[in-house]
Design a protein around this ligand. Structure first.
Ligand code: URA
Length: 434
């Protein structure tokens, strides 16, 4: 195999064979293929795409480049969910306990936030003592005992994806559906669940800016998963507006607890019930209606909340802060942000809100940045609400004392809001179910 010839073929829109793809991934991991040749191949894929067989081969090659999680020690149906990421997306903290309360097993590896989007592992680490890195045996034991465990993604899971993702980031080849689909699915296949529900976000705060792109990405990932013998489903959900009212790590954990206690925002609850119902349905616990009723009952009865407490306890976290969220450490300063004019909130740009939260300390610009667990934003007004000029629409939580940074964050946050004279039509939260 000459890498030059493979690049040439892909550049001309011809397909690559499974063995060739496997050798490329192996060669790149062993540093036998240099970055410049891999970059050229990625760009050729960006332009010419991949067919279903190539996609499956690429995903398998990346999944097999490192450890695969052996979940055979866990009894029962193993379910997983994956969100393509967004702002205020704390669904895993709600959906995993609901699924566990309904008898499923959730052995989940999650990621950290970067840029304007948050990550589940950062959110969990805002719970004092919660260990996101535990030995494999303890992870399996925790799932068998409580039905769920959420930990950080090990560097040994699909290491080829880690290397290729960094190269894509530097070569403007991130936004390619075959590359995103194989990247996500390589980690999901390596993580071993039988049933996988995908939450593919679309809108300003998401990777996929249009519904059509999100649909295409979801269909591609479903095909890869089904070819690998997994049960797959996807929801295409809105990420034009942040999910719920809280953006920022401990603020989002508090909101997740509120939802599990039946007190949280309706949009968040609705998406979480749909995602968990899909997990139950894939696992064979009934039809859509029955599964939605089971998910609702898990919240209403308090069983899902108990599952969250159980998981936090098993991972060494302080359960008192979960039972009484007033005990979470608060940010030193809380600044209100006011509406710029009278009218209805027409749009709240999720990406800008995520950026403002990052400026306040809630996120990282680079992987090395440290985050402030108590920083973030609470959105008082949401799309469709009527507001008067000068009314409070959001609160910024921060420990930053530099007034210029706080003022830039406020400007960024205010610029996220667009107002209209007429009440806007309510947009759906869930565009499609696949
Ligand atoms: N998330 C991933 O894991 N990979 C991508 O390529 C994009 C988002």
């Amino acid at each position: 195999m000459r890498m030059y010839d493979l690049i040439e073929r892909k550049k001309r829109g011809q397909r690559l064979e499974g063995e060739e793809i496997r050798q490329i991934i192996e060669g790149y991991c062993k540093k036998e293929i240099p970055d410049y040749q891999m970059s050229a191949l990625l760009m050729a894929i960006w332009f010419n795409g991949m067919d279903e067989k190539e996609l499956t081969d690429l995903t398998y090659a990346m999944a097999e480049s490192g450890d695969t999680l052996d979940l055979s020690g866990i009894e029962g149906k193993k379910v997983d969910k994956h969100s393509t990421g967004g702002v205020g997306d704390k669904t895993t903290l709600i959906v995993a306990p609901i699924a566990a309360a309904c008898g499923l097993k959730v052995a989940k590896m999650s990621g950290r936030g970067l840029g304007h989007t948050g990550g589940t592992i950062d959110k969990l680490e805002s719970i004092p003592g919660y260990r996101t890195t535990i030995p494999r045996e303890e992870f399996i034991r925790n799932v068998n005992v409580s039905g769920l465990s959420v930990i950080g993604q090990s560097g040994e899971l699909a290491p080829a994806d880690k290397l290729i993702y960094a190269l894509r980031d530097a070569t403007a080849t991130v936004d390619s559906i075959p590359l995103i689909a194989s990247s996500i699915m390589s980690k999901k296949l390596a993580a071993g669940a039988d049933c996988i529900v995908l939450d593919v976000k679309t809108g300003s705060g998401a990777f996929m800016k249009t519904e059509e792109e999100a649909f295409e990405l979801a269909r591609t990932m479903i095909k890869i998963g089904e070819n690998a013998g997994r049960k797959m489903a996807a929801l295409i959900t809105d990420m034009d507006t942040p999910l719920g009212r809280a953006v920022g790590n401990s603020l989002e954990v508090i909101e997740a607890v509120e939802v599990l206690k039946g007190e949280g925002p309706q949009d968040l609850l609705e998406i979480c019930l749909e995602l968990s119902a899909k997990m139950l349905e894939l696992a064979g616990l009934g039809d859509e209606e029955e599964c939605r009723a089971k998910a609702r009952e898990a919240v209403g009865s308090g069983k899902a909340f108990e599952k969250l407490v159980e998981m936090v306890s098993l991972q060494g976290g302080d359960t008192e802060v979960i039972k009484n969220t007033q005990l979470f450490k608060k940010a030193e300063y809380v600044y209100p942000v006011y509406a710029g004019k009278d009218g209805y909130i027409l749009k709240m740009d999720a990406e800008k809100i995520g950026e403002a939260a990052m400026m306040l300390g809630a996120g990282r610009k680079t992987k090395e940045d440290k985050i402030d667990m108590s920083a973030g934003i609470i959105l008082a007004g949401k799309t469709g609400d009527k507001v008067a000029e000068g009314e409070e629409i959001a609160y910024m939580y921060t420990n930053i004392t530099d007034p210029d940074i706080v003022s830039d964050a406020e400007k960024c946050l205010r610029s996220a809001y667009i107002y209209a004279d007429e009440k806007p039509e309510k947009k759906p939260l869930i565009y499609k179910k696949i």
